[in-house]
Design a binder for this molecule. Sequence first.
Ligand code: ZN
Length: 318
Amino acid sequence: DVKGREAILRVHAKNKPLSKEVDLATLAKMTPGFIGADLENVLNEAAILAARRSRKDIGMNEVEEAIKRVIAGPEKKSRVVTEKDKRCTAYHEVGHAILAKVLPNCDPVHEVSIVPRGMAAGYTLTLPDNDDRHMFKSKMLDEICMLLGGRVAEKLVLGDVSTGASNDIQRATELAKSMVVTYGMSEEIGPIYLGGDQEVFLGRDFGHTRDFSEQLGAKIDKEIHKILSDAFTKAENIIQENMDKMHLIADVLTERESITGEEFQNLFETGSLTGRVVMDPKEESLELEAEEQQHQSAEEAEAEGNAADKPEEQEEPK
Ligand code: ZN
């Protein structure tokens, strides 16, 4: 858990020149699911990066990059990416990110990138903001929906689908399987343990003995299929509802190649990378005054029967 990871990090950080900005408690929160060896790797990679960048100490930049390296492999900036691929990957990743944002049980978006890394053409990194031990059914369903978001975006925007979603589809299918056969979460089949997900399906593939009937087997298949197709439909609806945002964010992502979670959030909510600038009260009241004046002059213009400079959206519907 998070406390355990922090303790492990402390041990491995002992002989490393960490900059003051690196907080091990934060780092522990950013590395859910990491085992001891992964954490050791993160700090070693960060040290190598810092040395390569001729830094005297290890900064947060190096640590963040090291985490991504451990999760997905090093960035491959030299890999040639065609414009068509880039556009496809941008929509694919924004599809994931929008679902992670809209669905209530997904972890917050930390970064969206179309810079190839390891085997992936791009990635959307979500990180939990808590250390919940249990995986709830509601979260598993949202997770499946989010995983399918890349494929859904390709289908809706490009009218075609790519092989880029194969890993997502595999993960979504595995999650759906484990919900039905391992965790007894299917209402149709009930709280019955039918072996680990792999056991059941390997058993069937190789004709080994299994402890459920042919009939139940068919029911299991149907349930898994239903979870996946319901999630797909839900993902389609959400992306369809947010299509304007989808185009806007995919455009920015294609140009910048990577955006932070905060930038994504701003783009989604305000349409700008920086979000709304916080104004001090003085400026705000000045703006209010200006708005009032505008409003008054518009009223005056209307009174005079002069509607020529009225903004279009204020026109009465005909
Ligand atoms: Zn994907």
